[in-house]
Design a protein. Sequence first.
Length: 197
Amino acid sequence: MCDKLPETSLLEQVVLRERQARDRSWWPQMAATYWPDSRVHLTWYAGDGPGFVTASERMSHRGDRSVHRLSAPVVHRGGDRAWLELPAAIEVRSDVNDVPVDLVSYTRIGYRLERREDEWRIAALDVVYERDTIAAVLPGTQIDLPHHAFAGYRSSYAVLAWHLHRRGYDVSGDLLGDDQPGPRDEYYANTFAWLHG
């Protein structure tokens, strides 16, 4: 895959292709970015990378689609390991009592990549959740959604968790988020220890 690119660009392409493939329902391309023993941990899924591809395909067939607006990733290298942090806005079009709404969840996606037999693939994907919003598609339209609908959900991903829960998905309450700096900072420390270990 893009083997003529400089190493940093090659690493960036792995994660960008993974996100592009998920947004476009290109499941074989998405699967090709993960090692078989990789792991993924996010709101509605925790398991291995191949399983995440399969679950994403099922999710898409149910009509649950999202689009990821991406910023430039930051790349850290350590021999045959790399870690990329990719800022992303997860956009979901939905409705609340027949009112079209747009949900946006602001995140930082962390990818651990490993080079094995001269090929880079994803070894782990983790998400740090920042905040999220919901608004009517048409300005000035009232959304009949009381504040207490989000009670019990973490502030860094309350709207996304609420949406996924009403669509029938189990949502983890122990994810990485800026509302819990202790576990978030431990994740970064462990990631850099892994990178240089």
